[in-house]
Write a protein that binds this ligand. Structure first.
Ligand code: MF3
Ligand code: CO
Ligand code: CO
Length: 259
């Protein structure tokens, strides 16, 4: 039996508020992403911004599940540099430099409701390969989002994303997925970014979930760092990701993580 929560319009209104704060945080931090800044400084700026809006980050102390780490997450945001796929922990001695690419992932809690989103940022000039990876990741994400409508299979999101990314020579991370979100940080279902056509549950009006493909320049395999959070590409290749929180609506869908 499916335990996918159907949200009421009132609940979605709160998730939209959280999504709005998340999106504004990601907008705000753009101006601070440059050479010589540490990822911990960026994390602190974002945490201060969220707190000054009267709400909190969902990440601090988050326990996740066994595959993600035994201890609570130590920071307010995830910053995943270059070959880090996701869940990079901001650090005082991790200093940005020209050519770096990074994903910043923010989840806020507004009155108990969660909004989860991430974007890519670049530091100064980056390589053509990095630019193409980011462009293909973004396009695959948009193609996946276009599959969201009541009655469609969740599997068609991952089918569309993987068809696009793999046909261009990139690989789709399988060890981390999108997820239901809103009342909890991570709810059912898993939203796979690589899937077979017409598989999985069907989308229904009132479902709220993330689509957050992680696309690698090399192979899809990941490895977990000793810190039990940071996921990196096994082959050391660059990885990119974009994420939105999305609701299925009567008409089509609504992206909730917008400023
Ligand atoms: N925001 C991440 C996601 O998209 C989860 C981060 S969990 C944390 O699902 F504890 F690392 F913050
Ligand atoms: Co997410
Ligand atoms: Co996220």
């Amino acid at each position: 039996m499916s335990k996918i929560i159907i949200k009421t319009p009132e609940q979605i209104a709160w998730i939209r508020k959280a999504g709005n704060l998340t999106a504004r945080t990601l907008d705000m931090i753009g101006a601070y992403v440059r050479s010589w800044v540490s990822t911990l400084e960026l994390d602190n700026i974002m945490n201060t911004y969220i707190l000054s809006n009267g709400w909190v980050s969902a990440c601090i102390d988050y326990k996740g599940n066994n595959t993600w780490g035994k201890w609570g997450y130590p920071r307010s945001t995830c910053i995943s540099l270059n070959d880090v796929i996701c869940h990079g922990i901001p650090k005082a001695d991790e200093i940005l430099k020209e050519w770096d690419i990074l994903n910043i992932d923010v989840t806020t809690i507004v009155d108990g409701y969660f909004g989860d989103a991430s974007r890519m940022y670049t530091v100064g000039e980056v390589s053509e390969k990095a630019k193409e990876l980011i462009a293909v990741t973004k396009k695959s994400w948009e193609i996946g989002i276009a599959e969201v409508r009541s009655g469609n299979f969740f599997g068609n999101i991952g089918y569309a994303i993987s068809q696009y990314a793999e046909s261009r020579g990139y690989s789709v991370v399988r060890d981390y997925t999108g997820h239901g979100v809103g009342i909890e940080f991570h709810e059912e279902p898993y939203v796979y970014h690589k899937a077979e056509k017409n598989t999985g549950p069907k989308m229904q009006v009132g479902m709220v979930f993330t689509i957050e493909p992680m696309i690698n320049l090399g192979k899809y395999a990941s490895k977990l760092d000793k810190d039990n959070w940071t996921a990196k590409t096994k082959d050391g290749s660059l990885s990119a990701q974009f994420e939105h929180t999305i609701a299925v609506t009567e008409k089509w869908y609504e992206i909730l993580t917008v400023a």
